[in-house]
Structure formats: structure tokens, C-alpha cells
Write a protein that binds this ligand. Structure first.
Ligand code: SAM
Ligand code: DTB
Ligand code: SF4
Length: 314
């Protein structure tokens, strides 16, 4: 059932199934590998915000666009730990620290991040970081510090990618993913929908993700959070049914992955989110802020789970 020889055509054949059939298949695979009643919560923290040299067209943190996000220094360890404890108290089981870096550079800042990883792991939470490109050696040092997973997204299809990011290549991303896997870390890798890509692009991205061996342990599906000042500020709305199809295909290409309904939930109705859970999403970001942009509150998400009769993972 689990295989790694996905092609765009194979994913497209699923993506365009009648929605009832697609959801049935995704739900069947989901139930085979996961408890369909529980949803994991992860909390994000931007430990180094803004001023990023990259030109990712979606990103509020690129120094190239005037988005109102100010460049900040690396957060102090005490403040990071306070945020991690709060996330744990609010029920998150995973804490993900993000830095607006192109790549990790060896030195004091990376050493400080390694200590943060160690400290958060000491709280008994899964720890994830997303720091840009990594060498094999840096991946090993993160692993030795107790990191669970490293997030590095493919973002979109290889064909659509050059219109979104020019300062690093698709291959650069695949290289970082290889370094992460070689270090024995779990890979968290997904992408963004709603950037003006075609259904074919979404399928091509999913074929890439499904071809990773091993599959990503977690697969975030982000809906573009349109940010004033970025090149994508006026991107068209995505039909939520296209998101549901993407989530269902993510579940089908990587049956064991945690499929995370990630950025963009504030723009989704409860019904659209419910369909995503039916399609196989079993993780969300929890807490009022993603990295720089807003997210539903812990209370709103509790109410949503109550309405749907779902439980948060303890
Ligand atoms: N700088 C590092 C990097 O790019 O790998 C780590 C942080 S970066 C903000 C992590 C991911 O967040 C991006 O790869 C992208 O998928 C997602 N992201 C960033 N801005 C977004 C937005 N406005 N809407 C949706 N997802 C976004
Ligand atoms: C991922 O796929 N989504 C998260 C996390 N990995 C790092 C980031 C979403 C960022 C949304 C825009 C912002 O808040 O700046
Ligand atoms: Fe920088 Fe990451 Fe934003 Fe790209 S996505 S501009 S690399 S912070």
C-alpha cells in the first residue's frame, strides 16, 4: 500500500475523482493508519523574525518587500521556554521554532538554537525547527540536541517554483531534505496552495512529496496567507474544495504522515476545515499566531473540535 513511485499523472487521476470517491479512498487509508477521531496540535514560534534575504513571493518576512514585519534579533532563551511551556499548557504536543534565515550558519546563533532545542525537548514535547537550508553536519548537531523533526517545504511544483522563489532552487531544497533524513531526523515537508498554481501543479508537488523515501513524517498543507506588500498580495481566492482534494491526495500519497492543515485556517469556514479532517488531515497549528500572521485562538479550536466531536491528541 505504501509506495514511493508517485507521478504527477497518478496523483492527478486521484485528484480529479468524484469528491465522494476521493474522500472515501482517503478516509479508508486514513483509518488504516491513524485514529480518525484525534487531531494533533503544534505551536509555532518565530525565534528570529524578518529581514530574510530570500525572495519567496508569499512571505511576510522577506527583506525585499514592505510588509510591516520588522527585523528582530534572535529571541532570548527564557522567552522561548516561556512560550514552549505555555504551548504545552494549552495542549500542544509539538513545538516548532522558525527562523527567517536563508540557511543555518555555524556560530553563536546556531549554538543558541541548539540549546533551545535541548531545553524544549526537556519539557517532553516533540521539537521541530525550520531554519532554512542545512548542511549534513548541522542536521546531525540538531539531532544530537534532541530535535524530533526538521521542517523544510517544497512549497509547490518544480514547474511553478521559479515564479515564486528565485534565490534558491528546488534541488537546494531536496538536498537539505536529504541531509535531514541522513541525520535520522523526521522530515516535515509540504507546501502552499492558493498561490495561483494549477491543479496540475498541486498534483506535481504531491507526487514529489510522495516520492520522498521515506515519506515525510509530517506534511503541512498551507493555504496562502495573503500579505500586503508581497508579490502575492492579490492572489485569487482558492476554491476550498481544491484544498480538500489536495489534503485527500496528501493522505493518499503519504498514508502514515501527519497531514497538517497549516497556515490559512482563519480564512476557512468550519465546514471547509471539517472536510479537510474527513479527507485525512490530523494535525493543526494551535495558538493565536503562526510565525507572523494570525491563527484561530485555542478556544475557537476547542469549540470547533466540540462541534465535530473530535478530540485533541493528549
Ligand atoms: N526561512 C525558512 C525557510 O524558508 O525554510 C523557515 C521559515 S519559512 C516561513 C517556512 C514555510 O512557511 C515556508 O516554506 C512556507 O511554506 C510557509 N509560509 C511562509 N509564508 C507563508 C504564507 N504567507 N502563507 C502560507 N505559508 C507560508
Ligand atoms: C509550515 O509549513 N507552515 C508554518 C511552518 N511550516 C513553519 C509557517 C506558516 C507561516 C505563515 C505565515 C506567517 O505567519 O508568517
Ligand atoms: Fe525567508 Fe523562509 Fe520567508 Fe523565504 S519563506 S523569505 S526563506 S523566511
Amino acid at each position: 500500500m505504501i509506495h514511493h513511485d508517485w507521478t504527477t499523472a497518478k496523483v492527478e487521476a486521484l485528484y480529479h475523482l468524484p469528491l465522494t470517491e476521493l474522500l472515501f479512498r482517503a478516509q479508508s487509508v486514513h483509518r488504516h493508519h491513524h485514529d480518525p477521531e484525534t487531531v494533533q496540535r503544534c505551536t509555532l514560534l518565530s525565534i528570529k523574525t524578518g529581514g530574510c534575504p530570500e525572495d519567496c513571493a508569499y512571505c511576510p518576512q522577506s527583506a525585499r518587500y514592505r510588509t510591516g514585519v520588522e527585523r528582530e534579533e534572535l529571541m532570548k532563551p527564557e522567552a522561548v521556554m516561556a512560550a514552549a511551556r505555555e504551548a504545552r499548557a494549552n495542549g500542544s504536543t509539538r513545538f516548532c521554532m522558525g527562523a527567517a534565515w536563508r540557511e543555518v550558519q555555524d556560530g553563536a546563533a546556531f549554538d543558541a538554537v541548539l540549546r533551545m532545542v535541548e531545553d524544549v525537548a526537556g519539557l517532553g514535547m516533540e521539537v521541530c525547527t525550520t531554519l532554512g537550508m542545512l548542511t549534513a553536519d548541522q542536521a546531525q548537531r540538531l539531532k544530537a540536541s534532541g530535535l524530533t523533526a526538521y521542517n523544510h517545504n517544497l512549497d509547490t511544483s518544480p514547474e511553478f517554483y521559479p515564479g515564486i522563489i528565485t534565490t534558491r532552487t528546488y534541488q537546494d531544497r531536496l538536498d537539505t531534505l536529504r541531509h535531514v533524513q541522513s541525520a535520522g531526523l523526521s522530515v516535515c515537508c509540504g507546501g502552499i496552495v492558493g498561490m495561483g498554481e494549477s491543479a496540475r501543479d498541486r498534483c506535481a508537488m504531491l507526487a514529489q512529496l510522495g516520492s520522498l523515501d521515506p515519506h515525510p513524517e509530517s506534511l503541512p498543507v498551507n493555504v496562502l496567507v495573503r500579505t500586503a506588500g508581497t508579490p502575492l498580495e492579490d492572489a485569487d481566492d482558492l476554491d476550498p474544495i481544491e484544498l480538500v482534494r489536495t489534503v485527500a491526495c496528501a493522505r493518499l500519497v503519504a498514508p502514515k504522515a501527519r497531514v497538517r492543515l497549516s497556515a490559512g485556517r482563519l480564512a476557512l469556514t468550519a465546514e471547509a476545515q471539517a472536510l479537510c479532517f474527513v479527507a485525512g488531515a490530523n494535525s493543526i497549528f494551535s495558538g493565536e499566531k503562526l510565525l507572523t500572521s494570525p491563527n484561530p485562538s485555542v478556544d475557537e479550536d476547542r469549540q470547533l473540535m466540540e462541534r465535530l466531536g473530535l478530540r485533541f491528541q493528549a
